[in-house]
Design a protein around this ligand. Sequence first.
Ligand code: HEM
Length: 427
Amino acid sequence: MAFPQLPPPSSQTALAAAAASLLLYILFATIRRSQHSSLPLPPGPPRRFLVGNLGDVSADHPEEDYMRWGKEYDSDVIHVEVLGQHMIALNSVEAASELLDRRGSNYCDRPRFALFEVMGWGLTLTFLRWGRQFKLHRSLIQKTFTSSNVKVFRPIQLHEARKAVVDLLSHPDSWEEVTLLMTTSVIFRIAFGQEITDVSRKAIRTIHDVPWAASLKDIEAGTAPPSFMPVQKGVLEEIDAVLGVFGDATSASGPRLPTFEDRPALARLDRFLQEVHRSLPLNPLVIPHKSLRENEYHGMRIPAGSLVLANTKAMAADPRVYQDPDTFDPDRYVSAANGGRGEPYPNGNFGFGRRKCPGNFLAMATVYMFLATLLAVYEVEMVIGPDGNLIEPQPAVTIGLGGHPAPFQCQLKLRNPALAELLKEAA
Ligand code: HEM
């Protein structure tokens, strides 16, 4: 039996259908809004009819817009609305801890990340919506990576860190690739029991090429924080004292490679790492949380279904907490008992509440081991440019959900060849 043919939809029909859907969505959002309490929303830039703040928030550095509005409206909680979607930026540790940590059961959902779903990452914990599947997945990962459980991965981290620094002995200019491979190899060995070989290198490099390319734009935009090169000297002195870097290779106290047991004695290195985190958060707005129910905070209304963004860049630059926040100064964390200012380690680089990064202890331990080994063997120096002047590196991170350090030029100067020999034997 023949069915009557419907005429193919014209582009006008498709456009009209899209416009009708958008209007219905906005109508629905408006009706939902009228069912809320009468408390005011947090302050924010004025919204326009229907589109709200569409176009007001920059695509590359939204964290800076939220910081600016925080000052303009004298509030650590900022509200914007884009096409009916409420977004709440939290510019202080107090607000983020209160909402995302203490009231975490209401701020544990994630928005849908349609692009990542299309790419097949929908079932990754990071993008799972709140629910049974999330809880099961999260509890398995969290148990594996507690601060005490991650100690079982130390042999892997030690081996990968040493292997990476040995790689640098023969390829001192490939530090970007070497560090990328080291962090990936640690995860692959834990997750799949597989070491990254030369064969797999190219594929991994390709995966990371896109965000690295984007980072160049970031550097050009001049958003890089001040250099940490001069601070290196103090860190090297501490490493020398603990590991006897320039000692006689034949003596008992002679040079040796760092281990995890040295970490408490390398307090300056720890402060240095924390200051890198503070001055250059990899994910300035963390990953958006989504609220489940309407909530009240200091007399303001946080609507149900809001995207909540923890602005770690604003937290790290909070002048009430950090003196001269734009200065790279690891000594800011030295306790008052030891003659310092005792400023707190940055809070939030690994997120908050029930979505906080479960890999934080593992990540910090890997970075510690790599950096301690690197700085025992090498001094990181600036390169000389074509004009004969030293090129000051401009550290920056790529834009997007998973930030990477952007490439910069430096050279590695071998400190004690005897230690390099020890390293080759140990790797
Ligand atoms: C320096 C390295 C790392 C940084 C800065 C970092 C940072 C973050 C941040 C900011 C979040 C979002 C937290 C939130 O929404 O509140 C996150 C989530 C996550 N991270 Fe990391 N991370 C790092 C390394 C790792 C490692 C090594 C692993 C794996 C062992 C890992 C696994 C995860 C997972 C599974 C999530 C999603 C958690 C959830 O949605 O419940 N991360 N990370």
